[in-house]
Design a protein. Sequence first.
Length: 513
Amino acid sequence: MRILFATLLLCVPLASVADDSHAHHQHGASDLGAIGTAHLETSCSPAAQKEIDRGVALIHSFWYPVAEKSFRLAADADAKCGMAWWGVAMSNLHPLWAPPTANELKVGQQGAAKAKQVGAKTPRERAFIDAINAFYSGADKLDHRTRMLAYEKAMGDVQRENPADVEAAIFHALAILGTASPNDKTYAQQKRAAEILNGVLPQVPEHPGVAHYLIHSFDYPELAELALPAARVYAKLAPGSPHALHMPSHIFTRLGLWDESIASNLASADKAHRYVQSESPGAASFDELHAIDYLVYAYLQQGEDEKARKLVERTAEVKAIDNANFAAAFAIAAIPARYTLERKQWKDAAALRVPTVIDWTKTPYAEANIHFARGVGAARSNDRAVARDAIARLAAIRQSLLDQKDSYWADQVEIQRLAVAAWLANTEGDKEAALKQMRAAADLESATEKHPVTPGAILPAREQLAEMLLGYGRRDEALAEAQRVLHDAPNRRNAKRLAGQAEVAAQTARFSA
């Protein structure tokens, strides 16, 4: 109730400034538009301070490469400003995305070391610099999660020692979210972060990071409604940021609000496209691709197949990407997989090929989406050889992820492997094995949360289980499973169809009896 009450407070102060767009241009730039207001007080020169504030605002909307440029400009403006290099290091740590790439880790380590070398003029600044060094130190020996936990603890100390520092609180909340376990269904860390964010909200009602991280705190089926106020104002606080325009759609998707999700992602994709064309003509933006994945998902839920198809074709034409990161890779693979499977185009799914525009060795879990689609499509169109090949590919990818100690994505790939194996067993007439494997897939999927990179599973395992049960004449069980899908994914088109078919079949059976 305390979280609910605090979140409801969001409605009042944010709504009162939601349309006051001129207020958000203070730290913006003509090439970006309004990116929101943020202020991290430092002892640096006024020119450096301006760039630091701009960089912090950009970080809070996850515009990391542009943020790094601002922090480097701050360093140029004041050679004695250690906090400028803190910002460079922070720009290469993406707590809610994925561990830094090799290059990001290198740049981040250099920034953190430089910040320490240049030094800080106040104990508070020194604490910020020590905190980011807690993440980058020992990267050759310690895994990402261990270092994230060390960083979160250090930021907790910064917040406790500086209780009036809004940015310390907000960055601590972000660090907490970055250490939340996807297997914790109590959402303890997320609620803890939300409590911090709601605590500073009255002081900074226009802060983009507060709205942004509240959305992430509640981006779960059981909590999503709590984030609606934040979702409906965040884009207005930082309309120059493609991610700020997109992020509300996480909550709209969770609640099945397809019109709002579509509007959000159309705006995001357009903003990202126009910005990248001004910077790298001819390249696609990873922000744009990410928004398109969410768009395709929403269009499919509304039965707008033609609009979805055009986006699939547009994605297939991509030849270069501004930042071929994990979000770009996931979208490139997920979009065609999602489109073919949701529309039950089994042969088209089986014929999918791995695109060459991405280096999949960096994101094997994204490549797995293509093999999952191939496998399901092949099994359901009786192409057993292709199905077996897909299962083998998925097993190999899962093993590579286990070798990397990436248990989360290994589990997600295992869900896909089990589902393909289940449909292959179904094709071969082994109903018992089919149901056993599909139930295992559904239960594993229910035990973990989806990653923010995706609007939802390419094809939910429990939805596939409902369809399989319905095919076996087990109507009541099919209905129960379809309803469980709709609980977590309201207004999901195929789940509603399955629930309706199961109800009709059950009623017909009762009438006949």
